[in-house]
Design a protein around this ligand. Structure first.
Ligand code: 13P
Ligand code: SF4
Length: 350
């Protein structure tokens, strides 16, 4: 491993947060009013309540179609942070995972931030704790720590910079060349950044269970089936570094392969003239791509690449969130102030 990175660290905990039946799901099942409403009535109720509550609804690109369709804004992590920081609404209902809602709360401390299911976690964010990051810093005094935004607010409070998949390369490239850099928690994104910047990093060996499962074999199998297709890949995928090596060796066509954030994939879809495109990321992404460009056939690279945390946000839960103001996301001081400094450095590299 030392050939490709300066050093690696294994997370202490690789257990994914379990999603069985969440408290929000149980509350919906026991809610006589919600149970009596049809889907259309719930949608009407959301339209009424969003005005009464002066709420803006933000949704990530992996949310289920009906949530994306009713949101005021759908985007990637960076775009959603920008929207959260800029909104004039008194409330933000965040349809995404918990760390994203926390980031919104940090950026808009005067707004009420709600998440319709507060057990919408992230397997990647769960792989690094603040205590582990402090110990890592102690081993590398003087180093700069860059954390992917898929981390808890406590971890963000320990680091120098945050970044998302759409600006990770820019953030790392902006750091003076003589500085040692520690990058966490996504190992595959770290490898991608190294390749793109030519910088060697110390890497945390965390991974997202959805993206780590997208392997080079999936590309080879699907490209055999759809030889004309373009390929878009999220940099968290377990196949990205192999894929980039294959491009460098001429085994995969560079002009047809694009490594993109989810927001980059939307942009790609808008401009694409390809007949077909293989999409290597969570399958919720296809909803937006198909909507943006009905002329291209968008095909999931892996049909079971599903993030159960994103999918836990549903229309009945969104209705309840607006009606009952559940679940409020707050980041206590001084964690919020320290985390905000790292997030604001991320926002300088758009
Ligand atoms: P994006 O920043 O590309 O939206 O990615 C977020 C994420 O959680 C990917 O799994
Ligand atoms: Fe986290 Fe992976 Fe889900 Fe993204 S797809 S929110 S990284 S578990």
């Amino acid at each position: 491993m030392s050939e490709i990175s300066l050093s690696t660290v294994e997370p202490e905990n690789r257990e994914r947060p379990v999603i069985l039946k969440t408290e929000a799901t149980r509350a919906i099942e026991a809610d006589a009013e919600i149970q009596a409403l049809s889907h259309d009535e719930l949608i009407e109720g959301i339209q009424r309540l969003r005005k009464e509550r002066d709420a803006v609804i933000l949704a990530h690109n992996y949310e289920i179609g009906p949530i994306q369709d009713i949101a005021d804004f759908v985007g990637d992590s960076l775009q959603l942070s920008q929207q959260a920081a800029a909104t004039n609404a008194s409330r933000i209902v965040f349809c995404g995972v918990y760390f994203m809602a926390e980031t919104a709360a940090i950026l808009s401390p005067d707004k009420q931030v709600l998440i319709p299911d507060n057990e919408a976690g992230c397997s990647l964010a769960a792989m690094a704790t603040a205590a582990e990051v402090r110990r890592w810093r102690e081993k590398h005094p003087g180093a700069i720590i860059v954390a992917y935004v898929n981390t808890s607010a406590e971890v963000k409070a320990e680091v120098d910079y945050c970044c998302t998949s759409s600006n990770a390369v820019k953030v790392v490239a902006s750091i003076p060349a003589d500085k040692e850099i520690l990058f966490l928690p996504d190992f595959f994104l770290g490898l991608y950044i190294q390749r793109m910047t030519g910088r060697k990093l110390h890497l945390w060996m965390g991974e997202c269970h959805v993206h780590a499962g997208i392997r080079p074999d999936d590309i080879h199998t699907m490209w055999k089936k759809y030889p004309e297709a373009d390929l878009v890949l999220h940099p968290e995928c377990g196949c990205v570094s192999q894929c980039m090596l294959s491009i460098a060796d001429g085994d995969l066509p560079a002009e047809k392969t694009h490594v993109l954030s989810t927001g980059g994939m939307v942009q790609y879809a808008k401009n694409s003239t390809a007949k077909a495109t293989l999409v290597g990321t969570e399958v919720g992404m296809l909803h937006r791509m198909r909507k943006e460009n009905p002329n291209t056939e968008f095909i999931p690279l892996k049909r079971d690449a599903i993030c159960e945390y994103m999918k836990t946000i549903t229309i009945p839960k969104l209705y309840r969130s607006l009606r009952d103001l559940t679940y409020e996301v707050r980041v206590p001081e001084p964690t919020a102030t320290r985390a905000r400094a790292a997030i604001e450095r991320m926002m300088q590299h758009l």
